[in-house]
Design a protein around this ligand. Sequence first.
Ligand SMILES: *Cc1c(COP(=O)(O)O)cnc(C)c1O
Length: 428
Amino acid sequence: MTSRVRSEALFQAAQKRIPGGVDSPVRAFRGVGGSPLFIDRGEGSRIWDADGNEYIDYVLSWGPLILGHAHPRVVAVVREAAGRGTSYGAPTAAETELAELVQEAYPSMELLRFVNSGTEATMSALRVARGFTGRDIIVKFEGCYHGHADGLLVKAGSGGATLGIPDSAGVPADYARNTITLPYNDAEALENLFLREGKNIAALILEPVGGNMGLVPPEAGFMEMVRRSTKGSNSLLIFDEVMTGFRVARGGAQSLFGIQPDLTTLGKVIGGGMPVGAYGGRREVMEVVSPLGPVYQAGTLSGNPLAMAAGVETLRIIKEEGLPEALEDRGRRLEEGMAEAARRAGVATWGARRGSMFCTFFQEGPVRDFADAQRSDTEKFARFFHAMLERGVALAPSQFEVGFLSSAHTEAEIETTLEAAREAFAAI
Ligand SMILES: *Cc1c(COP(=O)(O)O)cnc(C)c1O
């Protein structure tokens, strides 16, 4: 057994002061048992924990680090920016530069604004949609995560297309009632809802490739139905590309599927590991945002110069290196190798991958919505997770999360990972 004495002591100390010892719940390892690694440093595809153990990292801060940890060019620009001051609360040239780099890949974002997280981006996009349409109802899909804003922490009531009930204590029922939840990939339920309720719906928000219930891609025709239904009732379509942005393709899922959303939210990759989110879309819609229009949204640290510097440099490198498309071969090798390793060990799995995001469900599949995803053998997943960790491979500590590749992951490291997977599948 690898020693994790330091991590465990740090976790004990953290729990005395921070709820559950963590600042974001999934970090606590509740989905797999055991106690979390406390990380000391990262470099490229690797992280080192507080006990000095080394891992190949497929969490990558939950997606942002498409260039790997501590990319020298990103570190250099952040250092340089910090030397000129960490925040001014006034506009800087870097914000326009980052906006330009984003818009080049996401032309649907004619106007966009930077915020500090994905949560803020989706929350603001919904306010804009409501302000623009003068309607209150929001539609989301079960298993799609859009950050922790009140109206988005909602699950379906009984029987699919029903008004929402809160999914978290502290969310007023009155508030959740304005959110309708549907099963992912259910084109018929979607069409029926919009035929019935369309004129009251401000927006439909979705992950165009589901990445927060494990990886669940949309089925053929589903996105077209999503676009047609929203357009038909003058409701706005919001693509939450906080995870898929610069991950499933440089231009996100919207470029992959050739669908133009009215609004897009981004986060994760565009901040290069610093806290950044963005929301934007059609000019006439975004013109409702203050100071141009009546929808208020603000941020003391929004467009922070360190974060903008990291984002600009990251997006430049992405462009130079042709990411994430350049990761396709490595992604495919990993996907096929994992499936092969599971098959040989006689473990039932269902694999999914889009671009540099991948996932292995511990079940036969197919997995096309959240209910399907939940049929996975989470105990088997937990054993696999720990068996991989023991062999120096860090996966996300939950069956319902995806893995990420970076440009720093070499072919040799992928082979090392697959060797670990062969042993791990055999061991469970
Ligand atoms: C991570 C994520 C968010 C929330 O972003 P935070 O920066 O954690 O607030 C929103 N939507 C999607 C699709 C995400 O994956």
